[in-house]
Design a binder for this molecule. Structure first.
Ligand SMILES: *Cc1c(COP(=O)(O)O)cnc(C)c1O
Length: 230
């Protein structure tokens, strides 16, 4: 087994364990391998290991990976989208995890040819420096999106702050799940809001215990190019 395959196996084991603890089904969780820091070659190895969901956070990274790997991956865009880049990427991604403002929604409406599956990004730590809507803005924002037929709100996305305080992270994930439940309950046609994109290398286990349906795992899964384990 290559180091990459070993890492994937270890992650798979901890995901299954977390599912067991939380009484969840493994099939309800999608692992998105975040390849923003590694080459197309490493990305291909990830695909060969059976993970088809690939996450990139910049337009340049997405476009260059797609050039080298035209077929196979299901593409997730997870980073901040500049409005001027919408045109370039919107028809090339399967999921957008970072819908975080009205001007971006307007631009997607203008540029997309078909409805785009989006997660609304929420700033759960309420730190000014982080992108995403405040928890108390989300409901209104999602409801107003009904006027945009090119946007389908499938879920909420958040990043936990960098902290060692696991209980703080857990309570933020919990709050996001509660908000998801409130929105899902409304059964809005344009916004089913059943999914939860939360959890990265350091906190994906907590995220799964708290209801994540999509975990976005970078370094713990793909490693770093410098370790040279191709
Ligand atoms: C980079 C990134 C990740 C993955 O981070 P790791 O800590 O390397 O797992 C997940 N989500 C977003 C939005 C990112 O930018």
């Amino acid at each position: 087994m290559t180091p990459l395959q070993k890492r994937i196996e270890k992650i798979e084991e901890s995901i299954q364990q977390a599912c067991e603890c939380a009484g969840r089904k493994r099939g309800d969780i999608t692992v998105v391998a975040v390849t923003k820091q590694v080459s197309a070659e490493r990305t291909r190895e990830v695909l060969d290991s059976g993970i088809l969901h690939i996450g990139e956070n910049r337009a340049e990274g997405l476009l260059s990976k797609q050039k080298e790997i035209p077929q196979g991956p299901i593409w997730h865009f997870i980073g901040n989208v500049q409005s001027r880049k919408v045109k370039e990427i919107i028809q090339r991604v399967d999921y957008l995890h970072s819908l975080d403002r009205w001007s971006l929604a307007k631009e997607i409406q203008k540029r997309a040819e078909a409805p785009v599956d989006c997660f609304v990004q929420v700033n759960i730590s309420e730190e000014g420096s982080k992108s995403g809507l405040s928890l108390n803005e989300v409901e209104d924002f999602v409801e107003r999106l009904v006027e945009f037929d090119k946007i389908r709100v499938i879920g909420l996305m958040a990043m936990a702050p960098l902290t060692e305080d696991k209980e703080a992270i857990r309570s933020m994930f919990k709050r996001l799940r509660e908000l998801r439940d409130i929105l899902a309950e409304k059964k809005m046609k344009h916004a089913p809001v059943t999914k939860l994109s939360m959890g990265m290398s350091n906190d994906y286990i907590i995220a799964i215990e708290e209801g994540a349906t999509h975990v976005r795992i970078g370094t713990a899964l793909v490693g770093s190019e410098s370790e040279g384990d191709e």
